[in-house]
Structures are given as C-alpha cells and as structure tokens.
Ligand binder design. Structure first.
Ligand code: IYR
Length: 220
C-alpha cells in the first residue's frame, strides 16, 4: 500500500503487561491537581518533552489541530492573570448559577488566580478550528475538541510522570487569551495549564474517585 509503513509493535507476555498496567495505574492514581505552585525553576527542556509527548496524541484526520503557547515571561504572565481574574470575578460574583457554585465549594476555588504568576511556566492549549488547504483555501478541522482533549490528557500524564504538577485552569470566558497571546481568529483557547512544583505544604481537597463498577458497564 502506497504511503504505508510497517507498524512497529512488540508483543509482550500477559504477565509483563499486567505488571506494567498495575504500575501505570499506581503512578496515575497519585496524580492530583494542585492550585498551590512554588516559583522554583523548571528547565525548558522538560516542557518541550511534555509537549512533544502530547503531540503524539491521535487526532481527527491527523490534522493535529493544536497550538501550545508556552509562557515564562513574568510581565506576560501578570497580564494574563489580571485579565483572567477580571473575568473570573464576574463569573464568581454574577455569572455562576447556584448549581455550579455548589459543586465548586469542596474545591475551594475563587477568582484569585495566583498560580498564573507563581508557576514558572504556563501552557495554553489552543484548538485550531480551521486548516489551510493545499489549494490555499480554508477548510474545517474535524473532531478538534476531542483531539485537543486527548492531547491535554497526555500532556497532564507526561507532566505527572516526570514529577511535576499542573492544573487544568479554565478561566471563563477565555477570549482574552487569544487577544493577549496574539493567536488568529480560527484558534480557541481550551485550557490554561500552569506547570511547576507544588509549594512544600501544598494541600488538596480530600476527594474520592468513583470505583470501577460505578464508571463502567461490561458486556462480556
Ligand atoms: N473557571 C473557574 C471556575 C471553575 C470551574 C470548574 I467546572 C472547576 O472544576 C474549577 C473552577 C475557575 O477556574 O476558578
């Protein structure tokens, strides 16, 4: 078949797969979202590797409809924080229905977004809604939301596995990010993720994850 190459696949013994699967679960089970970041420096190369890992995600028609904007410049971080807090203040004060406020309560969030200026890196993932076709015209992308969601998941895993923390922050509405970061009209900011170390005495809410039998239905 033209344009096809052999799949590089190495079959493992089931025993070995079980060990790896248990190890992966144990590792990922320990991941927590923190909002308390330290300003300790993180080498740029680690961010590059996490983004490369995220970019291995499958995507609709392999269009890879994502742009990772990475910020460590303190002035720019401050600009983003000011704009995010302005929107979030309106959200928390006026726009948030009671049904939403109720479920956020245990998370202890408010409109103050200190992590934006404290964490050494911010990664903002933009979704590309259009692509430039070979004929010079703009065409749509496909399943871009799903694709970006998968890439974000892989980014979060990569960050956790290397021993750092991140937070999937969704300042709402997020239009200000396109403007501040000078992204084109056809890109939409999806997630703002500070990356760094947690502060030494970081606390997280005491949350439980749903058990397997509550989240899955099996026909076997
Ligand atoms: N975007 C706001 C509110 C918020 C919403 C959800 I859903 C969360 O899980 C957490 C927060 C904020 O970032 O504070």
């Amino acid at each position: 078949m033209d344009g096809f190459i052999p799949l590089q696949f190495k079959e493992r013994e089931v025993e070995e797969m079980l060990l790896i699967a248990k190890d992966t679960y144990s590792e990922m089970k320990g991941r927590r979202t923190t909002r308390q970041f330290s300003d300790k420096e993180v080498p740029k190369q680690l961010l590059e590797l996490a983004i490369k890992t995220a970019s291995t995600a499958p995507s609709g028609a392999h269009l890879q409809p994502w742009t990772f904007v990475v910020v460590s410049n303190q002035e720019l971080k401050q600009k983003i924080r000011t704009a995010a807090e302005e929107e979030e203040l309106k959200t928390y004060q006026d726009r948030m229905p009671e049904a939403w406020a109720e479920i956020l309560k245990p998370l202890g969030t408010d409109h103050i977004k200190e992590h934006i200026t404290t964490a050494p890196w911010l990664v903002i993932i933009f979704k590309q809604n259009k692509r430039l076709r070979d004929n010079g015209q703009w065409g749509p992308t496909y399943y871009a939301t799903e694709s970006v969601g998968i890439a974000a998941g892989m980014f979060i895993s990569a960050i956790h596995k290397m021993g750092l923390c991140t937070l999937t922050h969704t300042p709402s509405p997020m239009g200000f990010l396109r403007q501040i970061l000078q992204r084109p009209e056809h890109e939409t900011a999806m997630l703002l993720m500070p990356v760094g170390y947690p502060v030494e005495d970081a606390k997280v809410p005491d949350l439980q994850r749903k058990p397997l039998d509550e989240i899955s239905i099996w026909f076997d």
